[in-house]
Design a protein around this ligand. Structure first.
Ligand code: SAH
Ligand code: F3S
Length: 481
């Protein structure tokens, strides 16, 4: 499971928008992070110009695309299993073509075509604009591959086809790639160097979403706070930019402000923040605008200074606490969430205790927790032995998860007998008489439907809660509705 995309959505492939006159059928499903789900919308957009409409039925598809994740071994195994399923369908419909997109395509390259006979097409995350050419090859019966990583590509000029949309919330990607080189992470290898998207095209997308009725956007990047537009090109090449480019550059705090001002009633979220890049300017901008949601996803990975160093995370435990203190001071109502890894190479019992004590200090609202999974080609894989036994990793993870559960419960209880603002997103999974939405802090809230509708912003009085969900009744529309 990856942040912002919950388990129930993994592999999702529902569709809404269709283009008239298109006759070919595309079945596309996505695994992994929000960026992959966003990329699939770009792919659907490119292919809708090639005569493809999306279908929910695998059996009917002319083309099956799977957008893949490499972050942990388990994510890759899930995709391998899906390929077996496609294989079974292909036996009945031999004309069906199968393509692999995303991080596994980039990581395995031609090996995919050798290992998985069913695969006709392999396309890396920066090569989706080449899909029309690649499909022409496939139509002629040849395997096709493009896994070239780009220094420029941001897909800023492509209006995504919204897939799986509730018509209320949407992702807007603002950066691609990552320059951080955390030693455990495969992303810099599969998604390439960091580059930012033209703010003009971001604002246009936000305005377009608002005009179509969307009420909340999430600005997406592997490391959003490192956003920097100076006219295009890699983040690392900014040093070579002209004085003019430097003077007119737009950083993340400025972009956030531009978005908040462009649509003052649109709720704005962002993910993911890297502690070393989250600036006071960003926190202050969040404080200045009511429509910027008060939630920061701030992965820490470990509470031990020694492990943070081995992970090449460029901050200490003390610096992280300082950042948390700033957030609490400037944004007292802000929710904070985490990513943590148990069992990184050489992690001792004391390192693990440091992680638990860091959690005690922050008391995160929620988090995403994983056991360490060694990824081929990463620095950790090349230089360190994966020496923490699997059962130790699992036991430590269970302790971390248990601690998080306790903290989530404390945090959720803080909202009892208060009024929160909820954007209605969908019917509650547990009851058809209830709406489900999220607060500014990204906490799920459920309440009786009454006369309210999906997309309404409603004040909800919280009467009860579980460790993850607020339960209440609506008091009326929010003043921002
Ligand atoms: N900055 C990225 C992080 C991507 S990876 C973002 O925007 O989401 C998401 C999370 O997966 C990381 O924060 C980390 O906690 C976890 N992760 C990454 N590589 C991992 C590995 N090799 N083993 C276990 N967990 C990993
Ligand atoms: Fe991965 Fe670290 Fe970047 S976790 S995505 S290398 S910030």
């Amino acid at each position: 499971m990856e942040k912002t995309i919950d388990e129930s959505k993994q592999g999702q492939h529902l569709v809404l928008e269709q283009k008239e006159g298109n006759t070919r059928k595309l079945f596309i499903e996505s695994y992994g992070c929000a960026m992959n789900f966003s990329d699939s919308e770009i792919v659907a957009s490119i292919l809708s110009e090639q005569g493809f409409n999306t279908t929910q039925s695998l059996e009917d598809a002319d083309l099956v695309l799977v957008n893949t994740c490499s972050i942990r071994d388990k994510a890759e195994q899930t995709v391998r299993k899906r390929l077996e399923k496609y294989n079974a369908v292909k036996r009945i419909n031999p004309k069906m073509k199968v393509g692999v997109l995303g991080c596994m395509a980039e990581r395995l390259k031609t090996k995919f075509l050798e290992e998985e006979k069913i695969v006709d097409l392999v396309v890396g995350p920066d090569a989706y604009k080449d899909l029309p050419n690649l499909l022409a090859e496939v139509d002629e019966g040849r395997d096709a591959i493009n896994v070239i990583l780009s220094k420029e590509e941001t897909y800023g000029d492509i209006a995504p086809v919204r897939l799986n949309s509730n018509g209320v919330t949407a992702f807007v990607s603002i950066t691609r790639g990552c320059d951080n080189m955390c030693t455990f992470c495969v992303v810099p290898f599969t998604r390439g160097r960091e580059r930012s998207r033209d703010p003009q095209s971001i604002i246009e997308e936000v305005n377009d979403l608002w005009s179509k009725g969307y009420k909340e956007i999430t600005l997406l990047g592997q490391n959003v706070d490192s956003y920097l537009w100076y006219g295009g090109g890699l983040k690392k090449d900014f040093v070579k930019a002209s004085d003019m480019q430097k003077a007119t550059a737009v950083n993340f705090a400025q972009l956030l402000e531009l978005c908040a001002k462009a649509q003052p009633k649109m709720r704005i979220r962002f993910s993911t923040s890297n502690p070393q890049d989250l600036t006071l300017d960003v926190i202050e901008t969040m404080a200045k605008y009511d429509n910027i949601c008060k939630h920061i996803h701030l992965p820490v990975q470990s509470g031990s200074n020694r492990i943070l160093k081995e992970m090449n995370r460029l901050h200490t435990r003390e610096e992280y606490f300082e950042l948390i203190d700033h957030i609490r001071r400037i944004l007292p109502e802000c929710a904070i969430s985490q990513d943590l890894i148990s069992g990184f190479p050489t992690e001792t019992e004391q390192d693990h205790q440091d992680t638990l004590s860091l959690m005690d200090y922050v008391k995160y609202n929620f988090g995403y927790m994983f056991t360490y999974s060694e990824r081929p080609g990463t620095m950790a894989e090349r230089k360190m032995e994966d020496d923490v036994p699997e059962d130790t990793k699992k036991r430590r993870l269970a302790e971390i998860v248990q601690r998080q559960r306790e903290h989530s419960e404390i945090r959720t209880k803080e909202y009892l007998n208060t009024t929160v603002e909820v954007l209605i997103e969908r019917q509650s999974k547990k009851s058809e008489d209830q709406w489900s939405g999220r607060t500014s802090q990204n906490i799920v809230a459920v309440f009786p439907k009454e006369h309210y509708n999906i997309g309404d912003l409603v004040n909800v009085h919280v009467k009860d809660c579980t460790s993850a969900t607020l339960i209440g009744t609506a008091l009326g529309y929010s003043k921002y509705n």
